[in-house]
Design a protein around this ligand. Structure first.
Ligand SMILES: Nc1ncnc2c1ncn2[C@@H]1O[C@H](COP(=O)(O)OP(=O)(O)OP(=O)(O)O)[C@@H](O)[C@H]1O
Ligand SMILES: [Mg+2]
Length: 315
């Protein structure tokens, strides 16, 4: 009996907070989001990484029911979103609006009125984000970092189980960036599930436990941050043969076979070596004159994706 209870508890720990299935958003011919599937579990600090225009804000807008999807669905805590779900989620999308001539505290009290939260929460969230000293200064006198803290405080008012942050360190100086990252980590350590959109690999690596990568609305990676250092192995092959590409594909020892000038490059499947590929080619009448194994770290792959899109690859 005791054992059974324990099992239930561990299952509970792996509770799915957010489940996204086949989500798409089209703006005319632009596919801002294209068939996204994702799961976020309780306690994850989940990063959505991608270059400008890759669909991060669109994703957050849809799961917050601010934008309507074209196709697909999502569930919060195993249910379709309704008014109650929204109360368990604190979000900062784009720039929240505060009154410039009111103080931090006065602004938060207005949010309390809107969210029907008691004013007693204001002191608590001010303390949480470290704004005590400036809580009675007018909002317009705040630095960008302080404004961002106030936004986070505002999102924390209803003590949500999930926090959603869109580019939380945008525009901040290095110290401000470090402070906001610290704050996010603290909030995560307090047991909240956090979803962060960012175009900075470094930010995701420092703050998140899990992350996915979007490129032009498509999911191209989903995994653990600790796996970033690990690499995919690719194999370069040269041979004088017309059907080498077909044979490489047919071998099923690798994927994403592509041609680069006079050679072919494929990403190796786990469990196969260059020797296996060589033997397979030989069995199919092809003698390779060049075989080169290269390890490409995830980090390098992402930096290439992010750099490519800066050159104008983004939509
Ligand atoms: N209201 C809209 N009307 C038309 N196209 C839109 C609209 N909103 C977004 N898009 C397009 O959808 C795509 C995804 O945009 P989105 O804002 O989700 O990207 P993002 O990853 O958040 O980018 P960024 O890093 O710049 O914030 C882009 O091509 C964008 O131009
Ligand atoms: Mg965005």
């Amino acid at each position: 009996m005791g054992r059974h209870l324990y099992k239930l508890k561990t299952q509970n720990d792996l509770e799915t907070v957010l489940s996204i299935k086949g989500l798409s958003k089209h703006y005319g011919r632009v596919k801002a989001l294209d068939g996204l599937n994702l799961e976020v579990k309780k306690g994850d600090v989940f990063g959505i990484l991608g270059p400008n225009g890759s669909g991060k804000t669109t994703t957050l807008g849809i799961i917050l029911s601010v934008i309507n999807q074209t196709e697909g669905e999502f569930e919060w805590f195993g249910r379709k979103a309704d008014r109650d779900t929204r109360k368990t989620i604190g979000a900062i999308l784009e720039h929240p609006i505060f009154y410039p001539y009111l103080t931090g505290v006065q602004n938060l009290k207005i949010v309390c009125d809107i969210k029907e939260v008691p004013y007693s929460r204001v002191d608590e969230v001010i303390r949480q984000v470290g704004l005590e000293e400036r809580k009675d200064s007018k909002f317009k006198t705040y630095s960008l970092g302080m404004k961002q803290r106030l936004s986070i405080a505002s999102a924390l008012l209803c003590d949500p189980t999930v926090m959603i942050l869109d580019e939380p360190t945008n525009g901040l100086d290095p110290q401000g960036i470090a402070e906001i990252r610290e704050l996010i980590i603290e909030i995560a350590n307090g047991g909240k599930t956090i979803i962060i959109a960012s175009h900075l690999l470094d930010e995701v690596q420092k703050v998140c436990s899990h992350f996915c990568v979007l490129q032009r609305g498509k999911l191209i990676y989903n995994g653990l941050v600790e796996d970033v250092g690990k690499g995919a192995v690719s194999l370069e092959v040269k041979a004088d043969s017309e059907n080498i590409e077909e044979v490489l594909v047919a071998s099923k020892m690798g994927s994403a076979v592509k041609r680069e000038r006079d050679k072919y490059i494929m990403t190796m499947e786990e469990g196969f070596t260059a020797a296996d590929v060589n033997a397979y080619l030989f069995q199919h009448g092809i003698t390779a004159k060049h075989l080169l194994v290269q390890v490409k770290s995830l980090e390098k792959q992402f930096l290439e994706i992010l750099a490519d899109s800066k050159k104008g690859g983004a939509q």
